[in-house]
Structure formats: structure tokens, C-alpha cells
Design a protein around this ligand. Structure first.
Ligand code: F6R
Length: 256
């Protein structure tokens, strides 16, 4: 089951996630990171940037990308990854891929899967979770075996992401996203969630039944998952006291 770490703030969570990334990159400077966009990972990127590590050899694969935004649009995930991850962390732009960043959209999914495989797979995948329970942009109904492909965003997700655009109508209806099957192939999943709006989806993902209706529940199939949440996001977890107890009493050799 997932290791659930309940911390006091998104900043604290960023430090815990940055610890896991730092440990990985010190052991393997060419590690492969799976990169989420959105608000959730921002404290992780900030914490990591402040550590001044050399990340120039790290390879990166974004989880998803909108379909239909003009090239260079500031809210395309290519632009977001460049602005929020590549530049502040000192990654090498050529080593960071975003779905559908080259070639025709029809083969974007297969191309991306092949690129991830050629890199040796993702070592550590950072994930947020949407209010619909999506991870990546795998909206309810997504197969646990799904691979990178075009998906239609729910209206809920478009409303939630409208804050990044001038008008809700500007939020694309389609995306290319790593599938749940793609995500499950990563060697370590680190899922972050903050705020009460995520509490129900988070509880469903960690403790609910395995169901494509709550795609985040796919994490229960993975042998190595770290869930890092603030108190508000943890508020609907039934076993929160046990998670706190286990974290407090973790053995010295146990690491994330
Ligand atoms: C982003 C992604 C999504 C977000 C999720 C939460 O690349 O794949 O699953 O992680 O929508 O978004 P925020 O963090 O903005 O609440």
C-alpha cells in the first residue's frame, strides 16, 4: 500500500518530495523524472531549485499536454514545463519531452511510449490529482491498462484549469496524456495533494475501491507509492492516524 505522509503545509510536502528526488539524482545523475504540471508540484520544484543540485543530465517526461493550443502558448504544458521546471532547475531542454512535441498527433501516443522506453523508463513520477480523481489527464472511465493517447477533458477539469486562461472557453477540450498503464510502469510514484477540494479524490485514490471511475485508485496497484498531503487533503482518510504513526516510527533505513 501507499506510504502516506501527512505534513503541515505544501512547502513541507515540497521538501519531502525534493528529498526523494535529490536521493535519486545523487545516486544516478541521469535519472528519468516524470513531471506533472498544475499548481501542486510548484513547492517541490521550488524546494529542489533551492538545493542547487546539478540536474543537467536528468531526463524528463511530462505527463500530459493540451491539444489545439498554438505553439508557444504560455499555458501549453511545453511552455509551463520550460518556465516552471527546466529553467529554474537547470535541466537541459533537449532532455525533456512533452507528449505530442514532435510528429503527427495520430502517432503521438506510440511515439511517446517508445521514447519513455528508450530512456529506460521513468524512475520517479511526480503526480497531482484532479477533483475528478484523474492522474495525468486520465479522466473517469480510463482503463488501468491505458497508454499515452488523446483524451477528452471533463467539464469539471476545464473549469478547474480555467484559472490559468483568460476565459474558461479558452481551455482546450482535448489533451494527450500518459495512460494509467504508462504511469504504473514508473518505478516510484510520488503523489501530492493539498487543500480540502482534493480530500474526496485523495481518499478514493488511497483507500477507495479500485475503480476506473476514480482513476487515481490505480496507484493501489503499484508496489512503491509515496503520497504526500497536507492536513486538509488528508481530512477524509480513514486511516490517517495509522499513517501518522507509521511515518513517526519509520525505521532509520526506510527511505521514500
Ligand atoms: C498535470 C496533471 C494533472 C494535475 C491535476 C491537479 O500535469 O496531469 O493530473 O496534476 O489536475 O492539478 P493542480 O495541481 O493544478 O491542482
Amino acid at each position: 500500500m501507499a506510504e502516506v505522509v501527512i505534513v503541515g503545509s505544501a512547502e513541507d510536502a515540497g521538501q519531502v518530495a525534493a528529498d526523494a528526488i535529490e536521493h535519486l539524482v545523487r545516486a544516478n545523475p541521469r535519472a528519468v523524472l516524470g513531471l506533472a504540471t498544475g499548481s501542486t508540484p510548484l513547492t517541490t520544484w521550488r524546494a529542489l531549485a533551492a538545493r542547487g543540485l546539478d540536474l543537467s543530465q536528468v531526463r524528463g517526461f511530462a505527463l500530459d499536454e493540451y491539444v489545439g493550443l498554438p505553439a508557444g502558448h504560455p499555458e501549453s504544458y511545453r511552455s509551463v514545463i520550460t518556465r516552471e521546471v527546466v529553467e529554474p532547475l537547470g535541466l537541459t531542454p533537449e532532455l525533456v519531452r512533452v507528449p505530442a512535441d514532435s510528429g503527427p498527433i495520430e502517432t503521438a501516443g506510440a511515439d511517446y511510449e517508445a521514447a519513455i522506453e528508450a530512456a529506460g523508463g521513468v524512475d520517479l513520477q511526480i503526480l497531482g490529482i484532479g477533483r475528478t480523481g484523474h492522474i495525468g489527464f486520465n479522466e473517469p472511465g480510463s482503463s488501468f491498462a491505458s497508454l499515452t493517447r488523446v483524451k477528452t477533458l471533463t467539464e469539471q477539469t476545464r473549469i478547474d484549469n480555467a484559472r490559468f486562461f483568460d476565459s474558461p472557453e479558452d481551455v482546450p477540450r482535448h489533451c494527450v496524456t500518459q495512460g494509467l498503464g504508462t504511469i504504473l510502469r514508473a518505478r516510484h510514484l510520488v503523489l501530492l495533494a493539498f487543500g480540502a477540494a482534493k480530500a474526496a479524490a485523495l481518499a478514493g485514490a488511497v483507500e477507495g475501491p479500485l475503480t476506473a471511475s476514480l482513476p487515481g485508485s490505480a496507484i493501489q496497484l503499484h508496489p512503491r507509492v509515496t503520497v504526500i498531503v497536507d492536513e486538509a487533503a488528508a481530512s477524509e482518510l480513514q486511516h490517517a492516524d495509522y499513517y501518522r504513526y507509521a511515518w513517526e516510527h519509520r525505521l532509520p533505513w526506510e527511505r521514500l
